[in-house]
Design a protein around this ligand. Sequence first.
Ligand code: SAM
Length: 248
Amino acid sequence: MRIDVVSIFPEYLAALDLSLIGKARRENLLDLSVHDLRDFTHDRHRTVDDTPYGGGAGMVMKPGPWGSALSRIAAESPVTGAMVDKPILIVPAPAGAVFDQQMAYDLATAPHLVFACGRYEGIDERVLEHAEEDFDVRPVSIGDYVLNGGEVAVLAMVEAIGRLIPGVIGNPESLVEESHSDGLLEYPVYTKPGSWEGREVPEVLLSGNHNKIARFRRNKQLERTAARRPDLIVELDPATLNRHDRDT
Ligand code: SAM
């Protein structure tokens, strides 16, 4: 997969050199480039913002630098005009569709993702309209709160998407049982020592009985989801529940 990120703070994205995403880049599973939006300005001050038409507080990101940056990235995209799909342009925005695990799965199969990090009051709307010519444009929010810029949202999204690319996580089994993979939250996990600060690991986990362990974990998933995220229980497809689940 290829990922391009455009930001006025490219240093913010340095964390994408670390841990599993950094390793995936070094192993060529992920071809990720970060671009400085100011490199696409043409004035002495490398200006990227201006006052909003219609008045109001704050500044708005100018269309010119964004247009130039996105045109360059589109021209160099591995997704060519001969393909039906366009590269996907994700525009982090509190006014976007909310990012979730299903969206991460869908995006993990795309050949080329581009992230446009807004700052100030956001990007001039015409940039998104114009980008429709070259990209599948998707405004995406990472939650119902407001950040200062898109960079933190991109770190979260790239990590969630990147770990789903085949080969990035050593044991793909880890992806099967985790929270949100089956509509439920993950069960609690324990490691050695078996006794710590007077607290014991649940006995069933030491039993070696795989059926009982699976039942214990599934019960914990259901209990935890009902307690912490009742909205997920309501959305659960009843067909995914078995007889024992219904007793829980
Ligand atoms: N005026 C905008 C609004 O009310 O929708 C908020 C702009 S915010 C201060 C600046 C930038 O931070 C946005 O352009 C976006 O890139 C990013 N941002 C803020 N909150 C976000 C969120 N919840 N999800 C994704 N990106 C966010």
